[in-house]
Design a protein around this ligand. Structure first.
Ligand SMILES: [Zn+2]
Length: 236
């Protein structure tokens, strides 16, 4: 009977905690998120691969078009305070190699988005609650792990983006890799991006031609560290 009462008490306590309004608004689903600079520095001390690398400094010639640092995105609001792109060390290394390989063909990469603080994922789902195109905040996004990049290809000489099936963040069937009702140029450009990314450490996302994840992403934690705080952590 005593054990039974203890179990009942524990259940009531758990229910009370869920309903009692003690949720952290920055982490309402109670996820394991690295949210302080100290915790981030500790993770780097444990494994250098946890470092988020500033791609603009790391990849010569990379072009950034960080749409969430401007109003030219599906929320029509400025989400980021700075137009920055960070990825974990293994992803940054792969992208550096990809940029070099593309340069041999007169091409380069343009980045729309990379690491996204978890606060951005919470906001996106409020604005667009469709988990095909926006990450479920109760799981977090691979962008929050610093393991996903949204990108396109440019002509290195002109700086112009190659023709792709849709604009970035076009939430339509034409954004899918399975969509074939496109002219041959768009199909070829999508395939060029697909091939170079998947041959060099990334996996693709079926519904978005622009989104790629680095392999082994699950070993990296979700993060909610601002770009400002990341910029202050110097690269070795
Ligand atoms: Zn993405």
């Amino acid at each position: 009977m005593k054990i039974f009462k203890s179990i009942l008490f524990a259940l009531l306590l758990a229910a009370g905690m869920n309903l009692g309004g003690c949720k952290d608004p920055k982490n309402p689903y109670g996820l394991d998120i690295v949210s302080t600079r100290e915790a981030y520095l500790k993770s780097i001390a444990e494994d250098e691969n946890n470092r988020l690398i500033d791609l603009e400094q790391y990849i010569p010639g990379v072009v950034l078009d960080i749409r969430y640092a401007d109003t030219n995105n599906f929320t029509h609001k400025k989400i980021y305070t700075q137009p920055k792109a960070f990825l974990r060390k293994p992803a940054a290394d792969s992208l550096l190699k990809i940029q070099r390989l593309l340069a041999e063909k007169g091409l380069g990469i343009k980045i729309y988005d990379a690491y996204r603080p978890y606060a951005g994922t919470l906001y996106f789902y409020d604005v667009y609650p469709d988990t095909t195109f926006v990450a479920a905040p109760w799981k977090g996004s691979i962008h929050n792990r610093g393991c996903a990049v949204d990108l396109s290809l440019i002509n290195l000489t002109t700086g112009e983006e190659l023709l792709m099936p849709t604009p970035f963040d076009d939430f339509s069937p034409a954004a899918s890799h399975n969509y074939m009702e496109l002219d041959s140029v768009k199909l070829a450009n999508r395939a060029t991006l697909f091939n170079i990314m998947t041959l060099n450490g990334f996996t693709f996302y079926e519904h978005e031609w622009w989104h790629y994840n680095i392999k082994g992403r699950d070993k990296f934690k979700l993060m909610d560290i601002s770009f400002e705080d990341l910029s202050e952590v110097k690269v070795k």
